[in-house]
Design a protein around this ligand. Structure first.
Ligand code: ATP
Ligand code: MG
Length: 305
């Protein structure tokens, strides 16, 4: 059986009384996976990550890391096996990479001396290890942040939007590093992003969140096949009978009338305009068209950069 490295049940969190920011979230991150946590801005990705790391206190539900329920007693032991890179890493700009790593190593337990050179090697910063961080590019800073999270040789790495602000080269370097860590050391990687394209390229598994709720969670392979699925749309018109005739001519077979709306299946966004044009050509008034499938609509918002 595939072990779950992160397993949450009915996780809830609100910053304020007026709304739920995380609602009944069930995250399932299999061991050895690269798990993409995908959602638009403000959907709750960073909040979830803070809950996983115990930086925010959950209000109900459970979090298990490495098969062990997260609580006051187990928290530190579990977090020993986690490396995290959250938004911008806090680095000492006037110091070089080695000194930054030494300081970070001092906060942790039992980091062998040689580990600093190892992590610099892994993130490809050995050549610049004596350079002051203020002279680093953003991509180099991100990689140094990653190196810090690797010091304790973690089994799980959590990265919150690691591609944010990086140029295309930086993004590719980060992507390659993530894959390499996963393949070489079997590290489980949890990575958040608001870009579907980024997740598709890097990840084996994906969870899609919106308004604090999980909408889809499966392998990337399953996501791709569900993406090919047709989308449902609702159309409000004035003359149903005429509209039905038009749709029949367009060979729209599975047309149904639900609550005064015509419900049909289309292949993609382009086909929606074809349907509207055909209806208008027969003087059928179209009052509104709405995309039914939550997920499809979400994909569109995630694909548009
Ligand atoms: N400290 C806070 N106090 C109150 N509300 C907050 C706080 N931090 C976040 N929120 C709200 O919680 C919701 C989720 O925010 P969160 O930062 O987790 O989203 P996100 O998916 O990480 O977004 P982004 O892609 O912009 O990083 C948003 O509505 C946000 O406005
Ligand atoms: Mg965020």
């Amino acid at each position: 059986m595939n072990q779950l490295i992160v397993d949450t049940k009915k996780l809830n969190f609100s910053y304020t009384k007026t709304r739920k920011d995380i609602e009944n979230l069930e995250l399932k991150v299999p061991k050895g996976s690269i798990y993409g946590f995908l959602g638009p801005n403000g959907s709750g990705k960073s909040t979830t990550i803070r809950l996983l790391l115990g930086l925010l206190k959950k209000q109900s539900g459970t979090v298990a890391l490495f098969g062990e329920l997260f609580n006051g007693k187990t928290r530190l032991k579990s977090l020993d096996k986690v490396g995290a890179l959250i938004e911008n890493p806090s680095l000492y700009e006037h110091l070089n990479a080695v000194d930054n790593l030494k300081i970070a190593a001092n906060y942790r337990q039992n980091i062998p001396e040689g580990r600093i050179d190892e992590v610099l090697e892994i993130v490809r910063l050995s050549h610049a290890k004596k350079k002051k961080v203020k002279a680093y590019s953003l991509g180099m800073k991100q990689r140094l942040g990653l190196a810090i999270s690797l010091l304790s040789n973690p089994e799980l790495i959590i990265l919150d939007e690691p591609a944010n602000g990086l140029d295309p080269k930086g993004i590719i370097e980060m992507r390659m590093l993530i894959k390499e860590l996963n393949e070489t050391y079997g590290t489980t990687i949890f990575i958040s992003s608001h870009l579907l394209s980024e997740i598709e390229k890097t990840c084996t598994h994906v969870g899609i969140i919106r308004d604090g709720k999980m909408l889809f969670q499966d392998t990337v392979k399953a996501l791709k096949s569900s993406k090919g699925r047709k989308m449902m749309i609702d159309i409000e018109v004035d003359k149903f009978i005429d509209a039905m005739t038009v749709l029949e001519k367009l060979q729209k077979e599975n047309t149904s009338l639900v609550d005064e709306f015509l419900q049909i299946e289309v292949e993609d966004k382009e086909e929606i305009t074809v349907v509207i044009d055909a209806l208008r050509a027969q003087n059928v008034k179209v009052y509104q068209v709405s995309i039914k499938n939550n997920l499809e609509e979400l994909f569109l918002s995630l694909t548009e950069n």
